[in-house]
Design a protein around this ligand. Structure first.
Ligand SMILES: NC(=O)C1=CN([C@@H]2O[C@H](COP(=O)(O)OP(=O)(O)OC[C@H]3O[C@@H](n4cnc5c(N)ncnc54)[C@H](OP(=O)(O)O)[C@@H]3O)[C@@H](O)[C@H]2O)C=CC1
Ligand SMILES: Nc1nc(=O)c2c([nH]1)NC[C@@H]1CN(c3ccc(C(=O)N[C@@H](CCC(=O)O)C(=O)O)cc3)C=[N+]21
Length: 301
């Protein structure tokens, strides 16, 4: 079979950003609010700082009001909850993102549940998890990474996935589980695999749609890929790259791109695949939140 089509997540994300910008202009021209996004980061993890920086930059590009709260790694749970409460009460803020993971002294679940569900643009709050699981998508915020992955899948295969087998490797609350919900809602037959799955390669070879959200660099090789499958690589792993010079690193996914691309019909690269979609969907969710707050129908992006 010919080499797989490379799915250009960066280009698809840029198109979404353009439509968010235009819709933001239209919303404010119509007397609506300027969408406001608050990003909260606790501690100075360098990778987290890079993502938070690009979220803030993108929010400004979209014409949003954008604020960043950088708290020290020693911040107490009570202090973080107080910041969340202030943002919940601030009418200029429509979306709140608390960057995960949080330092050990803070209970992540408590912080996620403290966010107003109608400002929870990550879609991690129990109310939004329940809305997604029950199909109340008009009110839900769908987590950005699975929502972005789903747009790439629909671009490759269309809206209705009836008759197709989807395998999601990974069962986290932020990626694997919501990804499986979205595939199920699109009528795929869904399997969720994880670290206890027996003969993972055989399970994956059954997949017409294979989503990797594992956090293990290049773990899924061509042996895991069915001929003609659509492969979505969510993984972001930084690995040493001595060929680029001493101490240098590069990003790779959870899929071994070269061997998987030799069998797949279409595949996302890392970088330039799911990552940019995550950021674009965060902007889309924030715009949606601002529209809902103003009692206006959010645009279809
Ligand atoms: N592109 C983007 O925008 C984003 C990328 N990511 C990336 O996606 C990846 C996954 O993230 P996240 O879901 O948060 O990760 P978690 O660590 O929370 O979950 C990883 C999952 O993979 C499973 N797993 C681990 N090892 C194996 C194995 N050897 N075989 C099969 N399954 C395994 C785990 O199984 P078990 O439950 O049994 O332990 C777990 O369910 C990471 O690389 C992360 O950086 C995350 C968010 C956004
Ligand atoms: N509350 C919360 N929400 C999140 O959505 C969230 C989080 N916490 N914690 C960390 C993960 C990770 N994540 C990424 C977002 C964008 C890229 C991204 O844009 N990646 C670029 C490369 C960027 C680079 O070069 O480093 C790409 O894949 O092309 C990656 C990863 C969001 N996350």
């Amino acid at each position: 079979m010919a080499e797989a089509r490379r799915i250009d997540g960066k280009a698809v994300a840029a198109g979404i950003i353009d439509r968010v910008k235009a819709a933001t202009t239209a919303l404010t021209a119509d007397g609506g609010p300027q969408p406001g996004l608050a990003v909260v980061i606790v501690g100075a993890d360098p990778a987290s700082q890079v993502y938070v920086g690009s979220k803030e930059k993108m929010a400004r590009e979209c014409g949003f009001h954008s604020v960043k709260h950088e708290l020290s790694a020693e911040t107490s749970e009570a202090d973080l909850l107080a910041v969340v409460e202030r943002l919940n009460a601030d009418p200029a803020i429509h979306g709140i993102l608390v960057q995960l993971p949080l330092p050990r002294q803070i209970d992540e679940a408590r912080v996620i549940e403290a966010i107003d569900p109608d400002k929870d643009v990550d879609g991690f709050n129990l109310i939004n998890v329940g809305r997604l699981a029950t199909g109340a998508l008009d009110k839900a915020f769908v987590p950005c990474t699975p929502a972005g992955s789903m747009i790439l899948i629909r671009g490759a295969l269309g809206d209705d996935l009836s008759g197709l087998n989807a395998v999601v490797v990974g069962r986290s609350n932020i990626v694997g589980k919501p990804m499986a919900q979205l595939l199920l809602a699109a009528n795929a037959t869904v399997t969720i695999a994880h670290s206890r799955t027996k003969d993972l390669a055989a399970v994956c070879r059954n997949a017409d749609i294979l989503v990797a959200a594992v956090g293990r660099a290049e773990m899924l090789t061509g042996d895991y890929v069915k001929e003609g499958a659509v492969v979505i690589d969510v993984g972001i792993n930084r690995v040493p790259a001595p060929e680029k010079g001493e101490g240098k690193s590069r990003l790779v996914g959870d899929v071994d791109y070269a061997s998987a691309a030799a069998r797949a019909a279409a595949i996302t690269p890392v970088p330039g695949g799911v990552g940019p979609m995550t950021i674009a969907l965060l902007m889309a969710n924030t715009l949606t939140s601002a529209c809902r707050a103003a009692g206006k129908a959010p645009p279809r992006l």
